[in-house]
Design a protein around this ligand. Sequence first.
Ligand code: NDP
Ligand code: OXD
Length: 325
Amino acid sequence: MTITGEKGRILFAVTGWDPAGWIDAFAKAAPGRPVVLAPDKPDDPTIRYATVWKHRPGVLTNLPNLKVVFSVGAGVDHIFADPQLPDVPIVRIVADDLTMRMSEYVVWQVLDHLRQGRLYRELQMNHSWREAPQPAAADITVGIMGLGVLGTDAAEKLRQLGFRITGWSRSPKQVNGVACYAGTGELAGFLGASDIVVVLLPLTPDTKGIIERDMLEKMKPETPFGGPVLINAGRGGLQVEADILEALDKKPGEKGALMAASLDVFETEPLPASSPLWDHPRITVTPHVAATSDPRHLVPQIVRQMADFEAGKPLENLVDRKAGY
Ligand code: NDP
Ligand code: OXD
């Protein structure tokens, strides 16, 4: 087996991201490991690791010495989108920096709904001095769909702010201060108990399109906001945007009516300029920025894992291929 250089080369295969900061971070964290943006040839024997975000399908398939694929995001649906994925371990990102960023986004959006940010921004535009009724955090139940690394941290931070918290996951969980629900059988109970639903699920064959009419109809019709609120920072493939728009157009109290939504992720990204989501008065759009991957924080962890792997230690944050996350 021939590998150029003692440790082989790292393939940094991304689309839609500027690689400069990542190349720089690899040069600092692993000066002995050359990084390339593409293999020299489809069966390049010098590539030992791939770090990827929406890589070009097939680019990993024939690399004979590829040992591990690292996702530079927490989600890995972008990796499974490659039908020719080689059978090597897949490692995803779990990092305090990323988790904190996501919790900031969730807290920001939840507080914006609680404190009626949209209304007050509109009143300011109209130079209108008017006080609206203000529920307390303790009056609101925030439901977290996906009680994993990100969901659990967001739940804890919201709990500290005084919100009541529910959570939903695939397997049963016990989380301090969180009323936990699990599995499809308990989804309706979870939705019916939550005023604001925050979606932090991975995109898998089981969760694809889960935010659709049937789910929206199970959400709590009466809330202190006059209807339920949806926040999706998981993946765009979880949501059916036509159903969300339909739910927002329903009258308050009507079955399946949604009061407002904050969406960070979309069925198609970038969100097409023609999408009606941009202009809807009760939708907040952010361009998939809830928790940006920062190479300064993530690359040292990836490089450490490479060294650990070479020293025979187990890889951390391994993806379960069968479950898809
Ligand atoms: P984890 O794998 O730690 O957690 C996933 C959670 O979802 C787990 O609680 C899991 O249940 C639950 N889950 C998975 N499948 C199902 C199902 N079929 N039914 C019910 N629950 C399910 O992931 P993270 O918390 O690290 O990340 C979550 C997602 O956030 C990522 O996959 C990514 O898509 C998204 N993300 C978005 C970002 C953004 O900027 N918008 C940034 C980073 C991540 P169980 O606990 O039983 O396994
Ligand atoms: C991620 C993301 O998965 O940025 O980390 O969406």
